[in-house]
Design a protein around this ligand. Structure first.
Ligand code: C2E
Ligand code: MG
Ligand code: MG
Ligand code: MG
Length: 299
């Protein structure tokens, strides 16, 4: 119901929201409220990016960081992307958020470069709607040129839902982005509907195994078998395999055994504001590894 209402509101455009008859319920109202608060937050620059490090399993080196949107509302407090990204998609604001996060992430990379902190690549999450826009590759190319960043410094994360709309435009846009030599990562891999044959057709550079697979990893032989198989397929396809949501030393050990290339999760660091990431980076640099002693010790 909320989806119908929000869809209607979106189609109406120009900030005039019309609802089909009596279908105006609390959920829809909350979404509308959040939608206009979000518009306000975007205009006032109240969205932030936090960055979560990704570490190389074998070397303990920094592979990159993932940029994750954060919204601190003066009255409602912290609003998480699980809540506001859907609203942004329904109220037609997701493209603006995507452009903003690409810009913000590139700007941050330049700042870190100047400060002598080398982050190899920053990953930005984009929603399905972005890839229906044929102007996206050029937007990205211009952005990189403007910031004087080589394309390998940026990775775009897509989800399997991107492929679900089946439009030819989407595949073209993905190929054009990859042609720029920007990284292209399949996020939350294993949770969607994409077939393996489609996976081989996409110009990916990376897959991220969804954290649901490693949640009960330690006790679930089936989850382990699937993860092992996915890591195997990914590496044979020449893709970098990242596992997200790594929280325990046991998971780390197992991923090491399975030759997973890159790990990301609370075990290493939560998504952090830039200043805190800088501290985390300096500490790791002094230690000579970005894998924490607790994670590196046992086993
Ligand atoms: P995602 O891209 O799969 O990001 C990973 C999510 O898992 C993040 O949640 C991160 O904070 C969380 N996470 C990381 N490590 C751990 C861990 O060890 N344990 C647990 N339990 N969680 C962990 P977050 O930041 O709330 O973002 C949720 C989702 O919202 C993201 O999932 C992404 O799909 C979407 N999102 C975030 N920012 C943006 C954005 O700027 N644009 C778009 N389109 N989507 C975004
Ligand atoms: Mg992601
Ligand atoms: Mg993910
Ligand atoms: Mg996820």
């Amino acid at each position: 119901l909320a989806d119908v209402a929000a869809h209607q509101a979106k189609e109406d455009g120009r900030g005039v929201y019309r609802f089909a008859g009596h279908e105006k319920n609390q959920v829809a109202q909350e979404r509308l409220m959040l939608g206009s608060a979000l518009r306000d937050a975007l205009a006032k620059g109240l969205l932030n990016l936090h960055y979560q490090p990704q570490v190389e399993t074998m070397t303990g080196g920094l592979y990159g960081v993932e940029a994750l949107s954060r919204w601190h509302h003066p009255k409602l407090g912290n609003i998480y992307p699980s809540r506001f990204i859907a609203v942004a998609e329904e109220t037609g604001q997701i493209e603006a958020i995507g452009r903003w996060s690409l810009q913000e992430a590139c700007q941050q990379m330049v700042k870190w470069d100047k400060a002598g902190m080398h982050v190899p690549t920053v990953s930005v999450n984009l929603s399905a709607v972005h890839f229906r826009n044929r102007a996206l590759p050029e937007f990205i190319a211009n952005l990189l040129a403007h910031h004087n960043l080589t394309p390998d410094r940026l990775t775009v994360e897509i989800t399997e839902s991107v492929m679900m709309d089946g439009s030819g435009d989407t595949e073209d846009v993905l190929h054009a982005i990859r042609k720029l030599e920007v990284g292209l990562s399949m996020d939350d891999f294993g949770t969607g509907y994409s077939s393996l044959s489609r996976l081989t057709r996409l110009p990916l550079s990376e897959i991220k195994i969804d954290r649901s697979f490693i949640n009960d990893f330690e006790h679930d032989a089936n989850a382990q078998a699937v993860t092992m198989a996915v890591i195997g397929i990914g590496s044979r396809l020449g893709l970098t395999v990242v596992t997200e949501g790594v929280e325990t030393v046991q998971q780390h050990r197992l991923l090491e055994k399975l030759h997973c290339d890159v790990m990301q999760g609370y075990l290493f660091a939560k998504p952090l504001p830039p200043a805190e990431l800088e501290n985390w980076f300096r500490t790791g640099q002094e230690r000579g590894s970005f894998i924490t002693p607790a994670a590196g010790k046992q086993g």
